[in-house]
Design a binder for this molecule. Structure first.
Ligand code: SAM
Length: 351
């Protein structure tokens, strides 16, 4: 008798293995390839850089891909490659190719400062990269050099153009506004992004900087960002955002309207400090030295590198990950009186 074959589900649902005590299911992992960076953004890193991880302490590409395959087996469906600056990792293209070969194929995106994107965009797309976020805080070359301590704005703009030409869409641009730095450029950045069809997202400055310059009084809040934008633009909230960190708005009208590439345009605000979205968080982070973090602001980490190097089986690694996720804290606690900034910076965790 002929066997009746059931076709595989077109879009298999994750098995929801990584469920925490509050019912959240982790399906997205930020994978940091390196803690090193080519910029020294004043709100992130000191001018002299940080004490970089030793090569032996960083996960090898084989170890990264191995852990990623364990995550996929636990229901993770997307990875974002980050750092530090992930494009300084010499074999980043190879890593992208190996991650997209996992089954079921995860969605793969990358966050970069864009400096070497012009050279790498085509190869990253060929290797399977789905999307890219480029960080860009200003369009003014002098302000860029002051904010990042490197005169590299032309390289970043060339990188963005190359990513677009390579088909990496929708192209997202991340900006952090700093008082006394680029705060007056919110509208100009938005007009630039709208005219090119890019999705701009403003990120609130978070207490994750090496120099501990973050202050609640000085940070530019989501409310202030939206007030600044609404002096020039008509914004319409897009409503519930699921697990996405950005609160999104349709841009209905504003400067340069006739030249916008999309209608309506879109802008987002990631308000981690003033409008936390922990309740819907589906993210985990794996640092370049193999530590699992269930929250950007966690002060505890779970070591995966040690067990991996000591020969733990995939089932054992999975159990370590599952237990770590089960203990994920309810929220990041930035607004609690007893909040203590984590010892690792954003760049050392993987932003
Ligand atoms: N080098 C890559 C890049 O520039 O996108 C990836 C890593 S970087 C840490 C990721 C993002 O974090 C960038 O958009 C950067 O502006 C942002 N960032 C760094 N420190 C931050 C902080 N203390 N608060 C908020 N965002 C921060």
């Amino acid at each position: 008798m002929a066997r009746v074959l059931t076709p595989p589900a077109a879009n298999p649902q994750p098995p929801a293995v990584l469920r925490d005590a509050f019912g959240r299911v982790a399906t997205d992992v930020r994978l940091s390839l390196t803690d090193r960076c080519t910029l020294r953004c004043t709100y992130c890193m000191p001018a002299e850089g940080l004490d970089w991880l030793h090569k032996n302490d960083r996960l090898s590409d084989d170890e990264i891909v191995h852990l990623a395959s364990v995550f996929v087996g636990l229901g993770v469906r997307s990875f974002r490659i980050t750092g530090g600056e992930p494009l300084v990792h010499k074999t980043v293209v190879d890593v992208v190719g190996r991650l997209t070969a996992l089954a079921p194929r995860p969605e793969l995106s990358l966050t970069t400062n864009g400096i070497t994107l012009e050279r790498l965009a085509g190869a990253l797309v060929t290797a399977g990269l789905d999307r890219v976020n480029v960080s860009l805080d200003t369009l003014n070359r002098q302000h860029f050099a002051e904010l990042t301590r490197r005169d590299r704005l032309p390289d970043v703009l060339a990188g963005i153009a190359a990513a677009e030409a390579a088909g990496l869409r929708p192209l997202k641009i991340n900006s952090v506004l700093v008082r006394g730095g680029n705060i007056d450029e919110a509208s100009a950045l938005l007009e630039w992004a709208l005219c090119r069809g890019y999705q701009l997202r403003f990120i609130e400055h978070m207490p994750l900087d090496a120099d501990h310059i973050w202050s609640r009084a000085k940070m530019v809040t989501a409310e202030e960002i939206l007030d600044l934008l609404q002096r020039d633009y008509v914004l319409d909230p897009r409503g519930h955002r699921g697990s996405a960190p950005a609160e999104e708005f349709d841009v209905l009208d504003g400067p340069g309207r006739d030249h916008w590439a999309n209608s309506p345009g879109r802008v987002g605000v990631i308000a981690s400090v003033t409008r936390p979205f922990c309740r819907d968080c589906d993210r985990l982070r794996l640092t370049a030295d193999g530590q699992l973090r269930t929250c950007l602001f966690a002060r505890a980490e779970t070591d995966l590198r040690g067990p991996l190097r000591n020969g733990a089986s995939d089932a054992e690694l999975g159990e370590i990950i599952r237990l770590a996720v089960a203990g994920k804290q309810a929220g990041h606690g930035i607004n609690n009186v007893d909040f203590v900034q984590p010892s690792r910076t954003m760049s050392a965790i993987g932003g």
